[in-house]
Structures are given as structure tokens and as C-alpha cells.
Ligand binder design. Structure first.
Ligand SMILES: [Zn+2]
Length: 355
């Protein structure tokens, strides 16, 4: 098809859009068709999720579900490549902002934005029906939750993480590889590992982890699981180096998840943290025990007296005189910005919601 026809019809045929990917012999037309027919969930639309979703969308994964609980903030712009300054000023949820960018890059795929926190209570619904799950999260509890769902339903997922100048990744295929819990039986005690908060992070390290994740995703989605590297990759881009740790012998018969099939992270649990300090900045997330349906317009007018209220179709933001702010979603979930103290956040939430 000629360029003029594309301009005239406002439609880009797949054979043009994916021409270079199809020309790559190990994929070819058949591999591309399988990628186009695939359904993928990306959990976490921070730095990793942005890179992963961008490659998948442009590469033609036919259905993308973007799951993220957060809004775009100024300190995200250094590395979260799907967002811009307007998203910060408009207090855009990351999932919505990302979906808009990705649809602009590829209108032939379907992109669903879910502005939600993935929890044991909603995981079955939020992850239902996809062929593959990509990890763009920044915390252990969500990864254990994804791992439980993956092993229970036989859906592969691809783990990745980056901090400082390094990162790691591996693909988990239930029944074929060890699971995440076989290798990382328990989350490290809080404060014992580096996070983006304590060690910072270089954006090329994130791109590297996310690109390695997406490469494995393309292999899986195109039916070429024979090409998966089958290892835990660790790398550093500052002290340049990469190691591949063989994991084929790491499957544990007593693994609570893939050995004993106890999916404890999927069990809705009273103890699920209703108040959680978020990695990477001074924010606390507060989730009500029972989801509610808030009338944000009514709340917006009531809260005028408490501070400056901003409103968009997805949320309400209240900026308080002490520079703290509260972002409220329609289901009652809140992000309290300007504090790391869960008790202080809980007091503020209670005061605002039940004056
Ligand atoms: Zn396991």
C-alpha cells in the first residue's frame, strides 16, 4: 500500500505497520499473527510498565490490559516514558494516560485501562482471560499475588525489577519452570533491600530489564518458547555486566505455591494492608475494607472548605493548606501525598471522609 493511500484512508494495514517485525525470520507472518491474537496484562504502569506496554502495543499485541493504582507525578517524568508534564498538571491516572498514548501509537489494538490496586479481592477478575502477565510492579506482595494467580491458572508471567543501575528478570511458566516463590520464598524484611527510594534508579537500567522482559514475551506469544533463556538474568549497566543464573534445578517440592498449591496470596484476607506506604516517594495508599461508591462531585463541593479541590473524570484531588494532598478514587481508595506515616494518613482520611 502506498503512503498516499494510507493518508487518504486513515488506516495503516498490519503488513505495513509490522513490516520490520515480520521480516525478522524467527517471527515472520505466522509469529506476528499469534502476537496480534494475544491478550496481555501489564501490572504496574510505572517505569517498567511504560517500556513493556510501549513495546507490546507497537509490536501489535492485540489486547492490552493496563492495571495501575497511581497518578502521574512530577518525579515520574525522568523515567516513565509514556507520560508528560500535562499528565502531572491534570492529575491523570497512569493507566488512563498510558492507554491514550498507546492508542495514539497503534489504533488497531485494544487497550483497557484499569485504575485499580491489584489485591487478593480483585485479582481473579482483573487478571481473567489473558494469555500472559507482565510484571511492572515495585513490590514483593503484588509479585507473590501474580505468582499465585499464574500457577493456579497455568498462565505464564514475566518478572522484572530494577534499582540503582542494576536489575533482574525471569520468565515463570507454570509446569515448566520454578515459580517466583521457589526462588524467593519470602519477602525480605522491610528496610533490608535497596529500593528506588533509597538507591535511586537510572532509566536505562529500567529499559534494560523491561526490554528483556518484553523479548521473552514476544517469544512466548509467538509460540517460540523454545527460545526462552530459562534463567534468572541479573545485570548492571554502570559496572557493566550480565549473569544468567540457571534456574532449572531450583523448583522446590515444598514450595507453598507450585509444590503444595496453597495460594495464600490469593485468599482475601482481613490482614491485607488497608494502609500502605508506597515505594519511591512520600505517599500512603489507603484502601477501605469494603469498596464504596463515592459521589465525587458531591464530595468536591463539600471539600471546598478544607482546601483546593481539583477534579477530572477519574478522581478528585484535595490540596490542603499544609501542602499535603489527598487523591480520592470513586471506590473510596485514597492516596495521601506528603507523608510516609500510615497513622497520620489514616487520621487525615477519616477526618475528610467522616467530618
Ligand atoms: Zn514454586
Amino acid at each position: 500500500m502506498k503512503q498516499e493511500d494510507i493518508m487518504m484512508n486513515h488506516r495503516i494495514p498490519d503488513e505495513v505497520r509490522y513490516a520490520r517485525q515480520i521480516r525478522f525470520k524467527p517471527l515472520a507472518v505466522d509469529g506476528q499473527s499469534l502476537i496480534t491474537a494475544s491478550k496481555v496484562a501489564v501490572v504496574g504502569m510505572g517505569a517498567l510498565g511504560c517500556v513493556i506496554a510501549q513495546h507490546l502495543a507497537r509490536g501489535g499485541a492485540g489486547y492490552l490490559r493496563l492495571i495501575d493504582r497511581d497518578i502521574v507525578e512530577a518525579s515520574n517524568l525522568q523515567r516513565q516514558i509514556l507520560y508528560d508534564e500535562d499528565d502531572v498538571y491534570a492529575v491523570m491516572p497512569k493507566a488512563q494516560a498510558a492507554a491514550r498514548r498507546l492508542k495514539a501509537a497503534n489504533s488497531s489494538i485494544q487497550v483497557d485501562a484499569m485504575v485499580e490496586d491489584l489485591t487478593p479481592a480483585n485479582a481473579e477478575e482483573l487478571l481473567k482471560g489473558v494469555d500472559l502477565i507482565l510484571d511492572g510492579t515495585d513490590n514483593f506482595s503484588t509479585r507473590y499475588l501474580i505468582n499465585d494467580y499464574s500457577v493456579k491458572h497455568g498462565i505464564p508471567w514475566i518478572y522484572g525489577g530494577a534499582v540503582g543501575s542494576g536489575g533482574m528478570m525471569m520468565a515463570i511458566r507454570p509446569g515448566s519452570t520454578p515459580c517466583y516463590r521457589c526462588l524467593f520464598p519470602a519477602a525480605p524484611a522491610p528496610g533490608t533491600t535497596d529500593t528506588c527510594e533509597t538507591a535511586g534508579v537510572l532509566s536505562p537500567a529500567i529499559d534494560m530489564a523491561a526490554s528483556l522482559q518484553t523479548a521473552e514475551a514476544f517469544k512466548l506469544l509467538s509460540g517460540r518458547s523454545d527460545k526462552l533463556h530459562g534463567s534468572l538474568i541479573q545485570f548492571d549497566i554502570w559496572d557493566t555486566g550480565m549473569t544468567q543464573l540457571k534456574i532449572s534445578d531450583s523448583k522446590r517440592a515444598d514450595c507453598p505455591c507450585c509444590g503444595l498449591h496453597h495460594y495464600e496470596f490469593l485468599e482475601p484476607d482481613e490482614a491485607h494492608p488497608a494502609v500502605e506506604a508506597l515505594c519511591g516517594r512520600s505517599s500512603v495508599q489507603l484502601t477501605p475494607a469494603v469498596p464504596m461508591r463515592l459521589n465525587l462531585d458531591e464530595l468536591a463541593s463539600r471539600l471546598q472548605a478544607a482546601g483546593t479541590v481539583e477534579r477530572n473524570p477519574y478522581l478528585l484531588k484535595l490540596l490542603l493548606p499544609n501542602d499535603q494532598s489527598l487523591v480520592l478514587f470513586p471506590d473510596g481508595r485514597a492516596l495521601i501525598q506528603g507523608t510516609n506515616d500510615p497513622d497520620q494518613a489514616r487520621r487525615l482520611y477519616t477526618r475528610i471522609m467522616a467530618p
